[in-house]
Design a protein around this ligand. Structure first.
Ligand SMILES: [Zn+2]
Length: 394
């Protein structure tokens, strides 16, 4: 069970506001809810009844209850409804059904080519999602929302990709509108790193309000959770750290047109190029991972240096954000501690002591599931927000 209570915005009224307190899945009594909200117990009882009639809340067995007394505790009924989650990559995709607790109840993986363009890829998504629901005995009426992660920049408010470098034909395409047309539920779209940050937090760090998720793979990017909220910034590209210049980068050309970018030196393909130039037989990121796992000293040194490069940029992020967790994921995280060691080396020596006194720098806990878990969380946050609950009670 992952914690999906984050990201709620108190501000709805009546039952929807009360529901925000029950979203974390912990059982509570009417008295506890009354004390927490300052609302009369009789009003709480009515609102609990309303949520129970929607199926969103159900009675929970009392631990100390004796002799057939009705339960006095209530909690989220995670299986009342479901959401669809999609993680679309350049060549692979995962479609999942998650319950309202964020747990994946079923998933399908497939090969796609994102360059086939939106109609082909999104029609595949819809068809695969319908087949998945059927397999698990669910109907579209069981689904509250769809969350989709894309491998490029997305304007979150409109659900449209903006100049995505590896997604020809997707620029400004109305992804949310296209999928909504076919599935008839709200559709939320975000970039893959943001949803990975949501998935990582819910799965590995439910009590952490300030977390930086760093994806290191073909590209480098970060998802920022600050004060318990995903930080998107004005245009949705907050955390796009791959094209920050680093000291070692002078003169090294980057595909963005600039020189000296972090991504041009520390991404998987960049490390592979370095090793290849040194005479090793390396054709890409996965070959680098293999070499490191086999103890190749040059590969280990190159990965450690990439970690230091990453640490240089993340030191600035630490000063700005003061996170308590930095989780490193993406395909290059599979090299294990060597990359993290480089990151720690720089951040711990270059940051102010107070900023690092309680800072944890680790490999992603959610691992390969971070994105699809996060796409589910994105959909749940929307569906179970006060506005979402108000729509259901209307
Ligand atoms: Zn660049």
């Amino acid at each position: 069970m992952v914690d999906i209570s984050r990201g709620s915005t108190l501000g709805g009224s009546g039952a929807s506001e009360l529901f925000q307190l029950l979203r974390d899945g912990s059982p509570r009594t009417r008295a506890e809810l009354a004390a927490k909200t300052g609302v009369a117990r009789s009003t709480i009882a009515l609102r609990v009844e309303e949520l129970m009639s929607l199926g969103l809340v159900s009675p929970v067995e009392d631990a100390q209850s004796t002799g057939g007394r009705p339960s006095s505790q209530f909690a989220l009924n995670a299986s009342a409804k479901f959401v669809l989650a999609a993680d679309l990559g350049a060549t692979h995709a995962t479609i999942a059904v998650s319950n309202l607790g964020g747990a994946i109840v079923g998933e399908t993986m497939g090969s796609i080519d994102i360059a086939d363009g939106p109609p082909v890829v999104l029609n595949w998504l819809v068809k695969t999602a319908r087949a998945l629901l059927k397999k698990h005995g669910l109907l579209m009426t069981d689904i509250l929302a769809v969350g989709i992660g894309l491998p490029g920049p997305v304007e979150h408010s409109s659900g449209r990709p903006i100049n995505p470098p590896i997604m020809p034909g997707w620029d400004q395409f109305d992804v949310a509108g296209f999928v909504r047309e076919q599935l008839d539920v709200p559709v939320l779209v975000d970039n893959d790193v943001n949803i990975m940050a949501l998935g990582e937090q819910a799965f590995g760090w439910p009590k952490t309000d300030n977390l930086l998720f760093v994806k290191v793979g073909t590209g480098i990017g970060a998802g920022v959770i600050s004060g318990g909220r995903l930080l998107r910034g004005a245009q949705g590209i907050a955390g796009d750290i791959g094209h920050v210049q680093i000291a070692r980068g002078a003169g090294v050309a980057c595909h963005c047109g600039n020189r000296g970018c972090l991504e041009a030196l520390a991404s998987g393909p960049a490390i592979a190029r370095t090793l290849s130039a040194a005479g090793l037989d390396v054709d890409g990121s996965s070959a680098v991972v293999d070499l490191v796992k086999h103890g190749n000293i040059e590969a280990i040194q190159a990965v450690r240096q990439a970690g230091r490069d990453l640490g240089e940029v993340l030191t600035a992020c630490v000063s700005l954000m003061n996170p308590s967790v930095i989780a490193v994921g993406g395909s290059m995280a599979a090299v294990g501690d060597h990359l993290i060691a480089g990151v720690r080396e720089i951040i711990y020596t270059r940051s102010m002591p107070l900023a690092t006194s309680k800072l944890t720098i680790v490999q992603s806990a959610a691992g390969v599931n971070a994105a699809v878990l996060g796409a589910g969380i994105l959909a749940i946050h929307h569906a179970l927000s006060p506005e979402g609950i108000d729509r259901m009670t209307a």
